[in-house]
Design a protein around this ligand. Structure first.
Ligand SMILES: Cc1ncc(COP(=O)(O)O)c(C=O)c1O
Length: 237
């Protein structure tokens, strides 16, 4: 069984006011030297992480209910993940999969392609970030469909690059002052449910309680026929 560094200690464990004195000092330096464009929401200065526990610079321990930004699926600093990173860093740190070939890239692509659901053969495109993945999805959909229009959903965040930002519909602060954005992006409400008599028609039938009658839009977007052939970006935020 995997053991983590703070398994034997009580959590949460807070011994200073928040932010603590060391965190407060770092926050002051951050204000001076780090770009003000980052949108931090509370003054947490993290130093360690292990499993579902994070420790701030003043030694306060917290339970991390959000797994970082919902990405540390194996827990913070899982020993096997740390060992794999250390092993690879000692062999080769720089890589450019767009220019050369690497065994780990091919092996991971093979595993992901075999794991992905559905009967069709899969190929993998590796990205460095969520925004880059969204950019790739946007390009892929336009290339494949030979259509330009994209539907995105209000409430969803997709990243800070131009394509991803144009798709984002969560907070005005992400987009204000950056126009013109990528054209042909249309924002609609995301439905909570389909009406019982939904026939997946195009245009979609109105749905009580949702503006614009777009409740069935996700279903109507499937396929490449009339009403289809547009990109549905995964809305999670
Ligand atoms: C749903 C979703 N898409 C895209 C992004 C952008 O990811 P990144 O910050 O890695 O570019 C985020 C980041 O929070 C996200 O939550």
């Amino acid at each position: 069984m995997t053991t983590f560094a703070f398994d034997h200690l009580p959590v949460p464990h807070v011994t200073t006011p928040l932010p603590g004195p060391l965190a407060a000092g770092l926050l002051a330096r951050d204000t001076v030297y780090v770009s003000g464009s980052y949108t931090r929401v509370y003054p947490l200065v993290v130093e360690h992480g292990s499993g579902c526990v994070i420790v701030d610079v003043d030694g306060n321990r917290f339970l991390d209910f959000t797994a970082g930004i919902a990405v540390t699926n194996t827990g913070h600093c899982h020993p096997q993940v740390v060992a794999a990173i250390q092993d690879q860093a000692a062999k080769l740190i720089h890589m450019s999969g767009t220019d050369f070939y690497y065994r780990p890239q091919i092996e991971l692509a093979e595993r992901l392609a075999r794991t992905a659901p559905g009967p069709s053969a899969k190929k993998v495109f590796f990205c460095n970030s969520g925004a880059e993945a969204v950019e790739a999805a946007l390009k892929l959909a336009r290339w494949h469909s030979e259509r330009s229009r994209v539907v995105a959903f209000f409430g969803a965040f997709h990243g800070r690059t131009y394509g991803a930002m144009s798709l984002s519909g969560s907070k005005l602060v992400h987009r204000r002052g950056f126009s013109p954005l990528v054209p042909d992006v249309h924002h609609v409400n995301f439905p909570k449910a389909c009406p019982a008599d939904c026939k997946n028609l195009t245009p979609p039938p109105p749905f009580p309680g949702r503006e614009g009658g777009v409740a069935c839009l996700p279903l109507s977007l499937r396929g490449r026929g009339p009403g289809g052939g547009v990109l549905l970006i995964d809305p999670r935020h």
